[in-house]
Design a protein around this ligand. Structure first.
Ligand code: FES
Length: 117
């Protein structure tokens, strides 16, 4: 949470960087339990997990990340199969076929790869 920027006295900085969505570690989207095949390994996503990144970490995976809020793009991965939902509109650039692990949840079973980025 960018509290430093949120308390800045500069309106322009706040307008540019302050998130326009309520950040929370609680799930925003309604998700159901599903399977995540990540770099060939079958893992699970529980309905109470706030993001795919969270689910992967909980099961010992160490995907790249920085901000965990959809700003930086460090957690980009390729969605090879399935669909995801975003808890909020991410600001980071993603190409077609890519997703951000930190702010998305699977919409059913998904196949994801970070090896090819
Ligand atoms: S970690 Fe920064 S966009 Fe996901």
């Amino acid at each position: 949470m960018p509290t430093t920027l949120a308390t800045s006295t500069c309106k322009h900085i706040r307008a540019r960087f302050e998130p326009t969505f309520p950040h929370t570690n609680k799930p925003v989207c309604k998700t159901t339990a599903s399977n995540i095949i990540f770099n060939g390994k079958t893992l699970s996503h529980s309905a109470d997990s706030p993001s795919i990144l969270h689910s992967l970490e909980r099961q010992g995976e160490t995907p790249a990340y920085q901000c965990r809020e959809g700003f930086c793009g460090a957690c980009r991965a390729t969605l090879k199969q399935g669909a995801v939902q975003y808890s909020h509109e991410p600001l980071a650039f993603v190409r077609d076929g890519e997703i951000l692990l930190c702010c998305s949840t699977p919409d059913g079973d998904v196949v994801i790869s970070s090896d090819d980025l």
